[in-house]
Design a protein around this ligand. Structure first.
Ligand code: CDP
Length: 202
């Protein structure tokens, strides 16, 4: 039987960590849909046209080095405003969402566009300052040359682009449970997510 858990939210809100933990807890497969957009963004930075890059995407591109850089994140959010790019990536995400055995998808439009009928929808968020601090630490640990102010600017620019686009903007689905991780330990956020899934499965 298929069971889709939709987890949306802005950059560095904790949705990736929560998604991986929930998938492991319930034995579901996890798809980080941001990687699809990052992989297209990376191909565009290398000179490919956005639509051509989306059509040419193969699984190996999702394991490519450098997908987590700030430059690729910005490129991802620029290609993500293009409706034709989103349309090309839709079928793969929908097929993944209906896989037998259950699926957790995280992104920006999972609960609104990819799986509007998902039995569990979470919107994971936190203040821009806290998210920038988390992402700054991750990037520093990854050896990137960044400043906290620069990361905050990037996060805000991406939030504005993701929320402001006309096709599949980042919005809280009307039936989503909001988890604000600003003042929360990640274990507590995971527990809240697990409790929401348990309630939906009961
Ligand atoms: O990891 P982080 O939250 O910083 O970003 P991500 O989830 O890897 O997504 C990178 C970019 O891809 C986002 O800023 C969005 O522009 C785009 N994206 C999207 O439009 N729709 C999705 N379902 C997932 C990502």
């Amino acid at each position: 039987m298929s069971f889709c858990i939709a987890i949306d939210g802005p950059a560095a809100s904790g949705k990736g960590t929560i998604s991986r933990a929930v998938a492991a807890r319930f034995g579901f497969e996890h798809l980080d849909t941001g990687l699809l957009y990052r992989a297209v963004g990376q191909l565009v930075l290398q000179g490919t046209e956005p639509l051509e890059a989306a059509r040419a995407l193969v699984a190996e591109d999702l394991r490519s080095d450098g997908l987590r850089t700030p430059e690729v994140a910005q490129a991802a959010s620029r290609v993500a405003v293009i409706p034709e790019v989103r349309a090309v990536l839709l079928d793969f995400q929908r097929a993944f969402a209906t896989r037998v055995g259950g699926a957790v998808l995280d992104g920006r439009d999972i609960g609104t566009v990819i799986c509007p009928d998902a039995p569990v929808k979470l919107f994971v968020t936190a203040s821009a300052e806290i998210r920038a601090e988390r992402r700054f630490k991750e990037l520093l640990a990854g050896g990137h040359d960044v400043t906290q102010e620069g990361v905050l600017d990037d996060v805000r620019a991406r939030d504005a682009r993701d929320a402001g686009r006309s096709d599949a903007p980042m919005v809280v689905a009307t039936d989503a449970i909001v988890i604000d991780t600003s003042g929360m330990a990640i274990e507590d956020a995971v527990s809240a997510a697990v409790a929401a899934v348990d309630a939906a499965r009961a």
